[in-house]
Design a protein around this ligand. Structure first.
Ligand SMILES: Nc1ncnc2c1ncn2[C@@H]1O[C@H](COP(=O)(O)OP(=O)(O)OP(=O)(O)O)[C@@H](O)[C@H]1O
Ligand SMILES: [Mg+2]
Length: 440
């Protein structure tokens, strides 16, 4: 097995002393549908510093988890993945650039300095308290609010448009490609992180005979999974932007869809959740879901994130409806999905008549590993890779992770329940999307 050397751990400690730099959805979309080699190269440079900083925080934190949690085999395994990915990024050979190319790359940045300030500045994320998901709990003064401000601003910018007149030396394209390939490899390595950490928590609960996890571990997991969403967003975005140089997808900038159609995604999520429900309970027909949504409601978002949140909340509703009314019922009450379009938010309400949740259990639904399923299904490391293999319920991850996705781009997920009747879940999606990733 791969093991981090002492020297590597020193480097990791050094990187972990810098705060993460949050990026906003708007900044991510500035690349347009065809970034130039120079622009991509600058983004690669930004990420080749930013990703190691974020990975280093995770290595540190996993190593310092309290109460022996850091010693659990699955936690150590995940920590090694982070350290290994860190090492691979900082060791990727960089091209040597001529003075002329350097100046050209820098010039692009200066030209951008004045003009597009509104676009390039990230605002505070409205859904969270300051520092709630901070990149590291120890970095009290770790403030670097978004692109281009704070320490080392000039070299630490994500989006720097470069002029595309004339050719760039082939070394730049070559580096961009090698960097994207490395990111692909890293992304694959980390596919199983959520389930492996969950496994680690189970190991800990068993060994220490704990029934619930305490609030320290809960907030660690919140930070950890939020950070993972951010890292995977930046990686996924960069890989897609690099591929987009060859093949264009209309309405897409990387993995961001500038015209995400809410109705289409909702219909698909409904179909998938009903399919899983029929399969799980052996039903001829799953409870019906009614969708109220304007057909042309589009906004800028990451379709994968929205699908995830809708699928998870719908599965919860369908499960509650079936289990409250009994799987042998001929007809079930209909679950309603209502989509509202405001100036600031798009809000999706999922209302079920699944009997609701006792008020005393409401805080628990946001904790990881809280589930009312008796037997947690087997933790399949491939679980993350395919929604179709996803079980109906049982990990207690559905709601907390969905809320992180919502908050990541400045939205939120709220739940109001009437015990004895049903539950309303409100999914708020911020459409202004200038808010920074909640990592500061
Ligand atoms: N719409 C709902 N109606 C009633 N109870 C609900 C509803 N949504 C969630 N719950 C309760 O909250 C618990 C946690 O939900 P969550 O989605 O986080 O985990 P899960 O569904 O148990 O497992 P999974 O990780 O597979 O989603 C559920 O086990 C269930 O008891
Ligand atoms: Mg669930």
């Amino acid at each position: 097995m791969w093991k981090a050397s002492e020297r590597l751990m020193d480097t990791i400690r050094h990187y972990a002393s810098f705060p993460a730099t949050g990026v906003s959805l708007r900044q991510m979309v500035q690349f347009g549908d065809r970034p130039s080699t120079g622009t991509l190269f600058r983004a690669s440079q930004f990420l080749s510093e930013e990703l190691p900083i974020r990975l280093a925080h995770r290595v540190q934190e996993l190593g310092e988890l309290p109460d022996g949690l850091n010693e659990m085999p699955s936690i150590k395994k995940v920590r090694n993945w982070y350290a290994q990915s860190f090492e691979e990024i900082i060791n990727l050979p960089r091209p040597s650039l001529t003075q002329e190319v350097r100046e050209r790359l820098l010039k692009g940045m200066r030209n951008n300095g004045g003009g597009s300030k509104i676009l390039s500045e990230a605002t505070q994320n409205p859904s969270i308290k300051e520092g709630q998901y901070r990149s590291s709990p120890n970095l009290i003064n770790g403030h670097d609010n978004g692109n281009g401000k704070g320490k080392g601003a000039s070299s630490r910018r994500y989006f720097v448009p470069s002029d595309d007149r004339g050719d760039w030396p082939p070394e730049l394209d070559d580096y961009n490609q090698r960097f994207a390939n490395l990111l692909q490899q890293i992304k694959r390595r980390h596919d199983g992180v959520v389930t492996t950490v969950a496994q680690g928590i189970l190991e800990y609960k068993r060994q220490r005979q704990r029934l619930q996890i305490d609030s320290n571990i809960q907030s660690f997991l919140d930070r950890f999974y939020m950070s993972r969403i951010g890292i995977r967003m930046l990686i996924g975005q960069h890989i897609a932007l690099t591929e987009q140089k060859a093949v264009r997808h209309p309405n897409y900038v990387g993995i961001i869809c500038t015209k995400t159609n809410v109705r289409e995604l909702a219909l698909e999520a409904i179909e998938n959740a009903r399919f899983v429900c029929e399969d799980h309970y052996g039903l001829f027909e799953a409870p019906k879901v009614q969708l109220v949504c304007k057909p042309d409601l589009n906004f800028m978002y990451v379709p994968g994130h929205l699908s995830h949140m809708l699928f998870e909340t719908l599965k919860n509703s369908l499960r509650a409806v079936v289990e409250t009314h009994g799987a042998d019922k001929e007809e079930f009450p209909v679950t309603k999905v209502i989509v509202a379009e405001g100036r600031e938010d798009i809000t999706i309400k999922i209302s079920d008549e699944g009997g609701g949740i006792p008020r005393s259990s409401i805080p628990l639904v946001w904790t990881y590993m809280y589930t009312t399923v008796d037997q947690t299904p087997n933790l399949d490391p491939d679980f993350d890779k395919s929604d179709f293999k996803a079980p109906m319920a049982g990990f207690g991850y559905g709601l907390p992770i969905s809320r992180l996705y919502a908050r990541y781009f400045g939205g939120d997920l709220k739940l109001i329940s009437m015990e004895g009747y049903g539950t309303d879940v409100y999914l708020h999606l911020n459409r202004l999307s200038s808010s920074s990733e909640p990592l500061q």
